[in-house]
Design a protein around this ligand. Sequence first.
Ligand code: XMP
Length: 318
Amino acid sequence: DWTPQSFVEETVEELQQKIGNDKVVLGLSGGVDSSVAAMLLHKAIGKNLYCIFVNNGLLRKNEFLEVLDQYKDMGLNVKGVDASARFLEALAGLSDPEEKRKAIGRVFIEVFDDEAHEISDVTWLAQGTIYPDVIESVSATGGPSATIKSHHNVGGLPDFMKLKIVEPLKALFKDEVRRVGASMGMDANLLGRHPFPGPGLAIRILGDITAEKVRILQEVDAIFINGLKTWGLYDQVWQAGAILLPVNSVGVMGDERTYEKCVALRAVESTDGMTADWVNLPYEFLQKTSNDIINKVKGVNRVVYDISSKPPATIEWE
Ligand code: XMP
């Protein structure tokens, strides 16, 4: 019988035999999979696991420092690398969704390769790949583990890609990964986090990206996500987020006419992201959230709620 406890015991032993005294590098994303993979390896090989957590400047508000602290509290040997400026520079002037993804993937690889070179004699690359990633490449286009895969065919591989690969979660489904994490005593908030795309807010800012747009969207997103938590709705939703639309609309504030940004809120139910239904969030919650956003976030004067399901819509707008 499969139990999380027996999985942890067996996997730790296998990892120890396989890796011995070698060094392993792993890219943390802040998500469930890479975090659980890191904890398993940490249990198996301790300080020989070198974790790298890259801030691409497109994470949720305050997320980089908060999650980095959490990783340190878990005892992980982790280096936080703030490469926000480098990503923003690479994104300047790009509006096409696939071009944005490519730029982010490219810079991620450059940053990760630079960091991996700082570790002498590293021989393994660990990834948080889970079973659905193996059979389906939905989430395989932008996260630390994913980017690496989708660039396998590119000539002149960065050195870290010549490393041997270790993927301890390769046979597990998401719910099993969460149970494994829980059995190792990992924080329930970390394990219950919604999926978040590797390219982050870049694909939720329709059109070109600027630091100011990132700031606006981070504020809006934080109000929405914190509201879901306060109202006890967060765990009923599979994924949620806000989208900054490339339109201005007319509004009125006091006796002034405004002409400002519009944001869309999105919350879906799903099991694997392949299909999804929009969530029937309570009107009172939507009303409060909309008021908070418009009152608190300068530059936004209109909020809409996305009531499209997948298919034919997708979860993200880009
Ligand atoms: P869509 O928009 O295709 O999203 O319905 C399905 C799931 O995949 C996530 N997603 C991504 N994840 N890199 C990622 O790592 C990407 O480029 C990417 N695009 C979409 C999306 O957030 C949802 O969970």
